[in-house]
Design a protein around this ligand. Structure first.
Ligand code: GLN
Length: 569
């Protein structure tokens, strides 16, 4: 590997715009989970990123997922949560969305690694005689491939610190090879690698006392892999008291101040601020032997976290979907970016968005009760696949259009609003998408030509139209006004498109395609003029992937503004 070129040392005083950066080796922070899953490792990793960035360090965040899927694209959202798409088109875990939102920057393809990706690469190489007759094994070949990927991502990011979250919990079989790779990096660079364990301290109700034993066990288990824990983020219902900090410190071989209390809180956006209060940033810098700098601070983040608490009133926003129910529980994980995007725009307009999950199938029955929809200030139909709930969604869209309820359709939500328009305004009976019935009389939404072949060949993995593409915007439309730009780059994930044979007819009937691909062939945004409807707009792309706390998405903001206006009428 080429060595990074040494930066020139300078005696000049640092200016405000260019903070002084002392030359040091690249640093790695590995975040592992102890005790159990679901305690907020992703938010903890993201918050560490926010904190170190505020302290003037260039950081990149990366995630390793231990499963054998090559990417997250083929997984069922009800079970695995949202599939988050990067600019590159890689389909990843929803944590990558948190990273981008907390860091306010786009992540690279190389910032996401799965076991499947690594094994596939190594096995393909073996099949091509890439190992010159050697016996290929998990150690060293898989492990070293992982080490190489960590280093490669750090180099491409040109960052100073990589924060790498290792999916799963210490003690899983699946993530051992990633922990082993991190251990090897630590041997290679003893001063430049630290391990942070995000653990859980239960307070059993019958005992009434916070228990630290499971955390101690997790730290000992990690030690049995040859890895010592440097910092413990102690998640719990309540703050960790001094007595337990001392106890954990002694049992786990770390200074007690390296035990960070992370009690449950109402707003995840407060996590970086709480970490800062416990001096986590400075403890990390000390552990990595980095000198403090004057960064831009947490001012902007604080302002945002405050806006969450300073809302004037509540808006009722319905998300009409189908990936909500798992057993007896209703989870909104499948739509996390959509929910976040709605919230950021709402906070920017000083309102709180109360989200209502609406099951599309409730509107498929005979004589559905539409009156419930009147109580919503805005209705959103997010992306989706397949037939379930489609007629229900079409009925909801029809009602929203006729009753002037602000409507926002994302991907499938845009395709369906176009079908609804064709059916009920153009009178095209049987208007449909080829995804449901390729023999329907009017295929308003059809398969994209290059996708047809892929489906015939059963080439499903990572084969949709994925990632960032440019859309040009039509002047005088809501989209053009909202973006205040002539073109935009947005992320996609779809196989079907508005059928070019129907575009003229649909536009003549009043629906405006306000965004198209640069060559004008692919419809990217559909909308009704404001004179006809306060907000009836859909996008073929997924704007939710680019909404950030410090940069709410303009189309979501327009939707919220229209929703705010609804009750005034
Ligand atoms: N199922 C539709 C398509 O493939 C929409 C996809 C989506 O909503 N992400 O085009």
């Amino acid at each position: 590997m080429k060595k990074p070129t040494a930066r020139k040392t300078t005696t000049a005083r640092p200016t405000k715009t260019a903070p002084r950066k002392t030359k040091s080796h690249h640093k790695y922070i590995f975040v592992v989970g102890g005790v159990m899953s679901g305690v907020g490792k992703g938010i903890a990793s993201s918050s560490i990123g926010t904190l170190l960035h505020a302290k003037g360090f260039d950081v990149n965040l990366a995630k390793v997922d231990p499963y054998l899927n090559v990417d997250a694209g083929t997984m069922n959202p009800t079970e695995h949560g949202e599939v988050f798409v990067l600019n590159s088109g890689l389909e990843t875990d929803q944590d990558m969305g948190n990273y981008e939102r907390f860091l306010n920057r786009d992540l690279l393809h190389e910032d996401y690694i799965t076991s499947g990706m690594v094994y596939k690469h190594v096995i393909d190489k073996e099949r091509n005689l890439g190992f010159e007759g050697k016996c290929v094994e998990a150690v060293p070949h898989i492990r070293d491939e992982i080490v190489g990927r960590f280093e490669h991502a750090a180099k491409l990011n040109k960052s100073e610190i990589s924060i790498i979250e290792i999916g799963g919990t210490v003690g899983d079989y699946q993530n051992i090879m990633f922990i082993e790779a991190a251990r090897v990096l630590k041997i290679k660079h003893p001063d430049d690698v630290i391990f942070i364990m995000v653990s859980y301290l239960p307070i059993p109700s019958k005992i009434g006392e916070m228990k630290s034993r499971p955390t101690q066990n997790a730290v000992h288990q990690l030690a049995s892999y040859g890895v010592s824990t440097d910092i413990i983020i102690a998640r719990s219902e309540a703050p960790v008291d001094q007595k337990r900090k001392e106890k954990i410190g002694i049992a786990c071989n770390i200074p007690e101040e390296n035990v960070i209390s992370a009690p449950d809180i109402d707003s995840v956006y407060d996590v970086p601020l709480n970490f800062e209060r416990d001096k986590l940033g400075d403890i990390i810098l000390k552990s990595l032997k980095l000198e403090k700098r004057k960064g831009e601070g947490l001012g902007a983040w604080k302002k945002f976290a405050q806006s969450v608490k300073n809302t004037e009133r509540e808006l009722n926003i319905a998300i009409v979907g189908k990936y909500f129910n798992t057993g007896d529980f209703v989870l909104t994980d499948a739509y996390v970016s959509v929910l976040e995007a709605v919230k950021y725009s709402a906070y920017s307009q000083k309102v709180k968005a109360k989200i209502h999950t609406v099951n599309a199938r409730d509107f498929e029955v005979k004589n559905p009760d539409f009156s419930v929809l009147d109580s919503f200030d805005g209705i959103l139909v997010p992306g989706g696949f397949g037939e379930k709930g489609i007629e229900g969604k079409l009925n909801v869209i029809h009602y929203a259009r006729e009753n002037k309820i602000p409507y926002f359709g994302l991907c499938y939500g845009m395709q369906l609003m176009t079908i609804e328009y064709a059916r009920n305004v153009l009178g095209l009976e049987g208007a449909q998408t080829a995804e449901i019935n390729p023999k329907a009389p009017h295929l308003i939404i059809d398969i994209m030509p290059d996708q047809k072949k892929k489906l015939e060949e059963k080439d499903y993995g990572g084969s949709m139209r994925l990632g960032a593409y440019t859309a040009k915007l039509k002047k005088g439309t809501i989209a053009h006004e909202a973006y205040a730009a002539n073109s935009v780059l947005e992320r996609h994930r779809h196989r079907y498109e508005v059928n070019p044979n129907y575009i003229e007819q649909i536009e003549a009937a009043g629906l405006v395609f306000s965004g198209t691909s640069p060559d004008g062939t692919l419809m990217e945004i559909a909308e009704l003029p404001r004179s006809v409807h306060p907000f009836f707009l859909g996008t073929q792309f997924h704007p939710e992937f680019l909404a950030r706390p410090l940069r709410p998405h303009p189309l979501f903001t327009e939707f919220i503004k229209a929703a705010k206006g609804k009750r005034k009428k």
